[in-house]
Design a protein around this ligand. Structure first.
Ligand SMILES: Cc1ncc(COP(=O)(O)O)c(C=O)c1O
Length: 365
């Protein structure tokens, strides 16, 4: 028998997730392509980490009790309403494992975080993608309620546009829909408000969060979900027993408790986001109001033109100059835009200088 015959059919046909480029040489690259935090994590971490090394001989606490307690206190929920994962991707995967099967399909808006579709494909279940009907990426609760799905993923703030949604949208979605609604709040710390109050409205809502963005810990891989205790118990059934390692639990707890550092780095990012947005606006580049640590903008070239070719041209020009950003060509709502993560002010200044050069010359890439 060939390996093809031996492989589960859905896995053979499966197309894995393609992450943004991760260059090995950080020093020579301005990395604005995967919405990481440009600042290092809390300085308290390095001071306390060595003491943990000897303890690595032992397995970690399998339910991450102390970390879950910290998260529960932070959000004022019961510890039974918290589950932690190896990044929020791990949690999203648990949602798919638990709440979808051959008769229980998954729904998502397109474009949003493409991993939802990848996870559904791994599970061998139907994923229904609903195209946003307007360029404002407005969520229509009726689409969710009439989707015929069992599990629906929403990204809020939206990716890749960064736009924020009022809780009234989630409220009406939850009232009309009878399935499980996941609100992926990977970027919510950078937004003026969040959907945590939805936890009081329904036992069918799951809010996912990550330490990868606002806590500068993308390399550590810690995320979590908040939901009703009933949902958390179900997710725990399929969670890998030691899904968050000992060091990750320890470091995540320190980072979450260093509120001063969190607020300081966040406010730096918000002010750099504002400065950069103002410059794009001055250039007449259509740019979405962002509640995230990135901006989604439509570049205009030296001839005053915009569109798919122009966006690709600038993307290539910046890559050739070691500045990595993100381009999403496959969707008409995104193909004339570029997504740019917010870096330090000096990184954004270098980016803006390069773009100014590109804007004033005819670049043939
Ligand atoms: C919308 C969204 N959700 C989840 C994630 C995954 O985060 P994590 O690093 O916690 O797995 C990302 C990462 O870019 C994201 O953009």
């Amino acid at each position: 028998m060939s390996l093809k015959d031996l492989t589960a059919k859905n896995i053979f046909l499966h197309k894995p997730y393609i992450p943004g480029k991760q260059p090995s040489n950080f020093e020579q690259t301005i990395k604005l392509n995967t919405n990481e935090n440009p600042y290092p994590p809390s300085p308290r971490i390095s001071k306390s980490i060595l003491k943990q090394i000897d303890a690595l001989a032992r397995y970690p606490n399998s339910s991450a009790d102390s970390l879950r307690l910290t998260i529960a206190k932070l959000h004022n929920v019961d510890v039974g309403q918290v589950i932690v994962g190896n990044g929020s991707d791990d949690i999203l995967n648990l949602c798919v494992r638990c709440f979808s099967d051959y008769s229980k399909s998954i729904g998502m808006f397109d474009p949003s975080y493409s991993l939802y579709e990848v996870l559904g494909s791994m599970q061998g279940v139907e994923v229904k993608k609903f195209a946003f009907s307007d360029p404002k990426f407005e969520i229509e609760p009726e689409i969710i309620s009439q989707s015929g799905t069992n599990l629906f993923f929403l990204t809020s703030p939206h990716a890749p546009s960064g736009r924020i949604y009022n809780n009234s949208i989630f409220s009406s979605a939850l009232h009309q829909y009878s399935g499980i609604l996941v609100i992926d709040e990977a970027y919510a710390d950078f937004a003026p408000f969040n959907a945590l109050s939805m936890l009081n409205e329904s036992k069918r809502v799951i809010i996912t969060r990550t330490l990868s963005k606002s806590y500068s810990l993308a390399g550590l891989r810690v995320g979590y979900a908040l939901a009703s205790s009933g949902i958390i118990s179900i997710l725990n059934k399929v969670r890998e027993v030691y899904n968050v390692d000992r060091l990750a639990q320890h470091i995540a707890e320190i980072a979450l408790n260093d509120r001063e550092y969190f607020e300081k780095t966040k406010s730096n990012i918000l002010s750099v986001r504002e400065n950069t947005h103002q410059i794009f606006t001055k250039w007449n580049w259509k740019t979405y109001e962002s509640g995230a640590n990135f901006l989604f903008t439509q570049p205009i070239d030296s001839r005053g033109l915009f569109g798919e070719e122009i966006a690709l041209n600038l993307f290539n020009f910046l890559s050739a100059n070691n500045v990595l950003i993100r381009y999403f060509p496959s969707n008409p709502l995104t193909s004339s835009f570029l997504r740019i993560s917010i870096g330090k002010q000096e990184e954004m200044d270098m980016l803006l200088n390069l773009i100014s050069k590109w804007k004033t010359t005819d670049q043939q890439m």
